[in-house]
Design a protein around this ligand. Structure first.
Ligand code: XMP
Length: 326
């Protein structure tokens, strides 16, 4: 009988048999797949596992804390947070082209993770218990897509540790290889992964870096983070989280328009709301979010985020528009 409890137990046993007394490393992104994979491995081998969260500074409000506090409290994992915020910001300075941004973010992620991995290998490993395994949150659809079979793991761009150098050789632990997304969520709940992580909507690996149209700076990230937090809060309060596939909130950082607030003229930035409904993100339609919810979001953002004086709604389906703006 398929129950999340049975499956969790079985996966835990498999991991235990697979890694023995070796040490294990896992990159935690803040997303559901890596979190559930880590929870399984933690249940299996306890403190033989060390998780690394690379803080690239491109996450949304509260997401680092979700990993750093909530996830650690719930699962007891050994976690290292590698602060790479300055590194990412300086690498992104002056860059506006979307593909260039993505490449830089991918490259810096590998660089940061590699550095963190070396630290873990040095601090946690020894000859008898080498750090030999790397956890990947590969799901069944990823396995099928990449042709299946052992070793055919499709490492997604946001977990992209495929470019590790030869002197850091890991074998992969992939406890989610036989599961679909909804099964991963049920197993996650079974293993006490916090609900905010289990039910998180899709979020791109390059994070807010591709939701600022224009150069990514600390100030702009701060503006977008505050606006995004309001939009998420109100969509959740309206009970729309399960109806909406995801809702990118985008800052048009190089655009300004004239407005009026209080008795003064403003010259601020527009924020775009991009709520979409979708089955698989290959195609999407714009979500018909009720007008009163949109009005609340717009009112709160323009009131509470001083730099923003206009909120616009993206009513484009995919195709022709992609879900993300970059
Ligand atoms: P687009 O913008 O292509 O997005 O319609 C389709 C889905 O993929 C997500 N997305 C990404 N996810 N790394 C990811 O892990 C990425 O680089 C990336 N880019 C887009 C996007 O949020 C949507 O769910």
């Amino acid at each position: 009988e398929w129950t999340a409890g049975n499956v969790a137990e079985e996966l835990v046993e498999q991991v235990r048999a697979q890694v023995g007394s070796d040490r294990v490393l896992c990159a935690l992104s803040g997303g559901v797949d890596s979190a559930v994979a880590a929870a399984i491995v933690q249940r299996a081998v306890g403190d033989q596992l060390t998780c690394v969260h690379v803080d690239h500074g491109l996450l949304r409000a509260g997401e680092r804390e979700q990993v750093e506090s909530d996830f650690v409290d719930a699962t007891g994992v050994d976690l290292i947070v590698y602060d790479a915020r300055e590194q990412f910001l300086s690498a992104l300075a002056g860059v506006t082209d979307p593909e260039t941004k993505r490449k830089i973010i991918g490259r810096e992620f590998i660089r940061a993770f590699e550095q963190a991995a070396r630290d873990v290998v040095e601090d946690r490993g020894d000859d008898e218990h080498p750090v030999r395994w790397l956890v990947q949150g590969t799901l069944y659809p990823d396995v099928v897509e990449s042709g299946g079979g052992e070793g055919a793991a499709n490492i997604k761009s946001h977990h992209n540790v495929g470019g590790l150098p030869d002197d850091l050789q890991f074998q992969l632990v992939e406890p989610l290889r036989s599961l679909f997304k909804d099964e991963v969520r049920q197993v996650g709940l079974e293993l006490d992964v916090p609900e905010a992580i289990v039910w998180r909507q899709p979020f791109p690996g390059p994070g807010l870096g591709i939701r600022i149209i224009g150069e990514v700076t600390a100030d702009r990230l701060d503006i977008l983070r505050r606006a995004d937090a309001i939009a998420r809060e109100e969509l959740t309060a309206a009970g729309l989280d399960r109806d909406i596939w995801q809702c990118p909130v985008v800052l048009l950082a190089d655009v300004r328009s004239v407005g009026v607030q209080g008795d003064g003229r403003t010259y601020g930035h527009p924020i775009v709301l991009r709520p979409v409904s979708s089955e698989d993100a290959m195609t999407a339609d714009w979500s018909r979010v009720p007008y009163d919810v949109l009005a609340t979001i717009s009112g709160r953002i323009t009131n509470e985020v001083r730099e923003v004086n206009r909120v616009v709604l993206d009513v484009t389906s995919k195709p022709p528009g992609t879900i993300e703006w970059e």
